[in-house]
Design a protein around this ligand. Structure first.
Ligand code: NAD
Length: 250
């Protein structure tokens, strides 16, 4: 087992699936204790059990990122179970299509509540424990769609663009207090959030991405590992794109 996160205790929202699962698995392989928080309880427990079965330190807690009390329980559980909290990964998120003409107020509210307010609530709930631990960090998962527009995903773009500056504001707020805050902007990564992609859509994605294909969850996990590790001790307020050079041509 490698040790790039030895001594770290990480709370990872949305850790039951996709990018969160990959980050939880890699963090644990690198020595961190990991608390997986998700609304998908069965899948989340499976991930925690699988990590523990391979000799890692992991547990699961039901977490709804839109709920401040739920965040308070998750932070308290991390500290009770693993002694402290050094690392928060705000990874949970949803996507649904819809432009100005067809997005509904309910759809907008749900997207903002999970993707944007969830990140604010997570940082707010975790900050006291992260400050107490010292040498801490937050990794927020935005999206390439937080940096560039497209037709037909209006509330997703708005929510992910907000995460970009939520991160920068927090990075400055905590710059002298031992919490680093960084953001990852994944392009198109093969996870369940993509839903059922048709062969036509798959071809369009391959055509749009300079490196020719969507990425793998581990591509994001390795970026997250670096930002969470002490190797990034002078890195805060940073934006790390993991997008197969997609944004380079925009
Ligand atoms: P995913 O659907 O596999 O995982 C998202 C997880 O978030 C799920 O386990 C889900 O249960 C959880 N979740 C949803 N609502 C929640 C809530 N209210 N409280 C707690 N957990 C909740 O998708 P993914 O691709 O792994 O997405 C992870 C993050 O990466 C998201 O923020 C997503 O927007 C972002 N992202 C993904 C891609 C991509 O192409 N896969 C690209 C850019 C950004």
């Amino acid at each position: 087992m490698a040790e790039r996160l030895q001594g770290k205790v990480a709370l990872i929202s949305g850790g039951a699936s996709g990018l969160g699962k990959a980050q939880a698995t890699l963090y644990a392989q690198e020595g961190a204790a990991v608390l997986i928080g998700d609304v998908q309880e069965e899948l989340g427990r499976e991930v925690a059990n699988s990590i523990a079965g391979s000799g890692g330190k992991a547990a699961f807690i039901g977490l709804d990122v839109t709920d401040a009390d739920s965040w308070a329980s998750a932070v308290s559980q991390a500290v009770t179970r693993f002694g402290k909290l050094t690392t928060l990964v705000n990874n949970a998120g949803i996507f649904h299509p819809g432009g100005i003409m067809d997005e509904t107020k309910d759809g907008w509210d749900r997207m903002i509540a999970i993707n944007q307010t969830g990140v604010f609530l997570g940082m707010k709930a975790a900050a006291p424990a992260l400050l107490a631990a010292g040498n801490s960090s937050i990794v927020n998962i935005s999206s390439l769609f937080g940096l560039m527009g497209s037709p037909g995903a209006i509330s997703y773009h708005a929510s992910k663009a907000a995460v970009r500056l939520l991160s920068k504001g927090a990075a400055l707020e905590f710059a002298k207090q031992g919490i680093r805050v960084n953001t990852i902007f994944p392009g198109q990564i093969k996870t369940p959030i993509l839903g059922d992609i048709t062969p036509e859509q798959d071809a369009a994605i391959k055509a749009a991405i300079p490196m020719g294909d969507a990425g793998d969850p581990m591509d994001v996990a390795y970026a997250s590992l670096y930002l969470a590790s002490d190797e990034a001790k002078y890195v805060s307020g940073a934006e790390l794109l993991v997008d197969g050079a997609w944004h380079a041509g925009q």
